[in-house]
Design a binder for this molecule. Structure first.
Ligand SMILES: [Fe+2]
Length: 312
């Protein structure tokens, strides 16, 4: 029997507008982020490109869509509401899974008016499976669709000015271990979602995941089938070796970025999973924005990721 499942991944859309921001909202590190947006990021992250991405993505009819963080710029409540409205237009909560990025936890913020708005897209299928959904206890999240387990982590927490680091933390890693073992026993295709790249050297040190080594040792011990991240704003295809198998670790450029650099313009990925009896294969298609044609198109030919999973 052949079973197929297609996943779309987009990341770092930075979709919020920051219109009508009040001066008192900026009495923190947020003032730096706001100035960066005014001087640079506003021209770089374009809503019309993101709208075209969503139109193209829907035409591909993925079975599920994941957004690997940084939906906002400086984590203001009004940005979370804008992002929630955008998510509602992207798809139903049953069809879309998200995790937060460092920009979504820019400074300490009230949970109820920020990340809590995204719980329908961020929380586990069954409350309590991974500790419910209240602040960091929301993660790891577990959402199962057909034979695919989406396991969401939060690496997002406020960092000092000019830093964009992240970490998973001991308790989340312990819970991740349990979730990977349990979903592995159920022979699900396990996809871990985290915002920061787990492979050193993918981003400069000031943007790094500080406990990347601990994360990789959990994956090496318990196994996983795919790791998807954002944050780097460029294409990244790396790997983790787990139990003698290769686990691809893949990052995608920002979903709304205007750039003539081939690796830094807006892109999204399609992962076509095919299961034949007890073996899965993964085919990656990259769809990127053409500034000349103002639309998304397939870049290159689909890549067969170096992995063959045998559940026999
Ligand atoms: Fe980020």
């Amino acid at each position: 029997m052949t079973e197929t499942f297609t996943i779309a991944q987009l990341s770092d859309p930075h979709l919020s507008s920051l219109d009508n921001v009040r001066a008192r909202d900026l009495l923190s590190k947020r003032v730096l982020g706001y100035l960066s947006w005014r001087l640079n990021r506003r021209a770089k992250y374009r809503p019309e490109i993101l709208a075209e991405l969503v139109r193209d993505l829907k035409s591909q009819q993925p079975d599920h869509t994941v957004v690997t963080g940084d939906l906002t710029h400086i984590g203001l409540p009004q940005e979370f509401q804008e992002a929630k409205d955008w998510l509602d237009a992207l798809g139903m909560p049953s069809e879309v899974t998200i995790i937060p990025g460092n920009h979504d936890a820019y400074v300490e913020a009230d949970w109820d008016s920020t990340l809590a708005l995204w719980i329908p897209y961020m929380g586990s299928d069954i409350a309590g499976v991974a500790g419910g959904c209240e602040r960091q206890a929301c993660f790891p999240s577990l959402r199962v669709r057909d034979s695919v387990a989406f396991i969401g982590l939060s690496t997002a927490h406020p960092s000092a000015p000019f830093l964009a680091t992240g970490s998973i933390g001991h308790s989340q890693l312990q819970a991740l271990e349990r979730v990977l073992v349990e979903t592995g026993e159920r022979r699900l295709f396990r996809i871990i979602l985290l915002h920061h790249p787990p492979i050193p050297g993918t981003v400069p040190w000031r943007k790094q995941l500080t406990d990347h080594a601990s994360f990789r040792s959990v994956v090496a011990r318990c196994g996983a089938e795919l790791v998807l991240h954002g944050h780097a704003h460029c294409t990244s295809i790396r790997q983790i070796v787990a139990q003698g198998r290769i686990v691809p670790a893949i990052g995608v450029p920002a979903a709304s970025a205007r750039s003539h650099h081939p690796d830094r313009g807006a892109q999204y990925h399609l992962y076509r999973l095919t299961r034949q009896v007890s073996t899965w294969s993964i085919q990656l298609s990259v769809r990127g924005y053409s500034p000349a044609e103002q639309r998304f198109m397939e870049l290159g030919t689909p890549i067969a990721l170096e992995q063959s999973l045998n559940f026999a």
